[in-house]
Design a protein around this ligand. Structure first.
Ligand SMILES: *[C@@H]1O[C@H](CO)[C@@H](O)[C@H](O)[C@H]1NC(C)=O
Ligand SMILES: *[C@@H]1O[C@H](CO)[C@@H](O)[C@H](O)[C@H]1NC(C)=O
Ligand SMILES: *[C@@H]1O[C@H](CO)[C@@H](O)[C@H](O)[C@H]1NC(C)=O
Ligand SMILES: *[C@@H]1O[C@H](CO)[C@@H](O)[C@H](O)[C@H]1NC(C)=O
Length: 383
């Protein structure tokens, strides 16, 4: 990141990155803070992101006072463009936070058995410095976060939570049987997609990078992965129907567009992670394949520009937390196996007591009664 153009300091009066708002800050100190930001030696300053909306509870819309702006200036992690969108669409912010939260949860589920397990490290940078590396893991994180926003906003529209959108206006699918009704209130995935594009991509689009530079490569990578995430939600949204008619005869159906379960979006993006394409920046400022025997990625695919660190050891520079103390599976040969998880450092065994429901009996009518059984199981943690 050496020689990176200095980032513009945040506008006056806004909370400094990675700092609590300090209303008493005077001019010179503010300038000093800006100068520190501009030294470009601390990559963490830029790890700050709208993801932090997931970590800091946002007031519900009814708490907003129309015309009052402080909400947006107090939210941490927004870029200048995102702050403007916040002012225009204040009531959306709660749902962006919700989307980010479900994205983090999904990321942690998908990566629970891997060395990098998508853990959050703090409230401002959320995932920490590892996101400075343009790795596959970073690619997944951007994609799933963008997907989370599409998901949350699309649903909020359907639920009538936002004044600027309502039920989906998707046209009736051509292959829907004629006597089925099209017209239930569907998730507004078109609006969710468009809004997420505006909001999530804003940060990438507001800077001008030198053509062919590392920074430009990373910007193009982020944009591509954001798009892949949004498209995953769009693609998986499907028609859902409900039966009507005499006592469940289902002679009549009403159908609408419905988002897929977010787990499915996570699964699809995890597949995309496994097949992500390694790219590099050309002198003309386009991403190109490192190995051109492969197919060019489509807009649904993930791309990355840096190799992944091995995430084995704790490393302050890369932001890797390391795998010391992680549980591993002694018999598995996968990434969750002790050999790979512990990077060959070995592991400690300990006994742990697990309580489970057992000897469950069905009682007429209608409940199930179980006993509690305790079992002592061997567990393994990485050295
Ligand atoms: C993040 O913020 C929330 C709410 O403000 C707080 O409860 C939590 O302890 C914070 N976590 C960290 C790691 O600072
Ligand atoms: C941390 O990672 C960097 C970059 O891979 C490497 O150069 C450095 O030696 C590592 N530091 C430690 C303490 O392992
Ligand atoms: C993820 O990894 C970190 C660092 O190794 C660890 O502290 C944390 O407990 C892990 N989280 C889960 C859910 O395993
Ligand atoms: C460990 O891995 C083996 C083989 O993949 C699997 O059958 C077993 O269920 C795993 N154990 C745990 C506790 O996850």
């Amino acid at each position: 990141m050496q020689g990176a153009p200095c980032r513009r300091p945040p506008p006056r009066g806004l909370p400094q990155r990675r700092r609590r708002p300090q209303p008493t800050m005077t001019g010179p100190r503010l300038a000093l803070a800006a100068a520190l930001l501009c030294s470009c030696t601390s990559p963490v300053a830029d790890a700050n992101s709208w993801w932090s909306l997931a970590m800091n509870p946002i007031q519900r819309p009814e708490m907003y006072i129309i015309g009052a702006q402080p909400v947006c200036s107090q939210l941490p992690g927004l870029s200048p463009g995102q702050r403007k969108l916040c002012q225009l669409y204040q009531e959306h912010m709660v749902f962006i936070g919700e989307g980010a939260r479900s994205a983090i949860k999904e990321c942690q589920y998908q990566f629970r058995q891997r060395r990098w397990n998508c853990s959050t490290v703090d409230n401002t940078s959320v995932f920490g410095r590892v996101m400075k590396i343009g790795s596959r893991e970073t690619a997944f994180t951007y994609a799933v976060s963008a997907a989370g926003v599409v998901n949350a906003i699309s649903r909020a529209c359907r639920e009538g939570e936002l004044s600027s959108c309502g039920c989906s206006r998707t046209a009736r699918p051509k292959d829907l049987p004629r006597d089925w009704l099209w017209g239930g209130c569907g998730d507004n995935v078109e609006y969710g997609y468009r809004f997420a594009k505006e909001f999530v991509d804003a940060k990438e689009r507001e800077k001008n990078y030198v053509r062919g530079s590392e920074e430009q490569a990373r910007m193009l990578m982020n944009l591509q992965n954001n798009e892949a995430g949004r498209r995953a939600v769009y693609k998986l949204a499907d028609v859902a129907c409900k039966c009507h008619g005499v006592s469940g005869s289902c002679s009549l159906k009403t159908c609408w567009l419905q988002l897929a379960d977010f787990r499915k979006v996570g699964d699809l993006l995890k597949e995309k992670y496994d097949s992500a394409a390694a790219m590099r920046i050309s002198r003309k400022g386009k991403l190109e394949l490192v190995n051109n025997r492969f197919n060019m990625p489509t807009q649904e695919d993930l791309v990355y520009v840096d190799p992944s660190p091995d995430y084995c050891l704790r490393n302050e520079t890369t932001g890797s937390l390391g795998t010391q103390g992680r549980l591993c599976n002694k018999t598995s040969e996968g990434m969750d196996g002790c050999e790979l998880m512990c990077c060959g450092r070995g592991y400690d065994q300990f006994k742990s007591v697990q309580v489970e429901r057992c000897h469950c009996k069905f009682h007429w009518c209608c409940y199930v009664k179980c006993k509690k059984c305790t079992e002592i199981v061997d567990q393994y943690v990485c050295k």
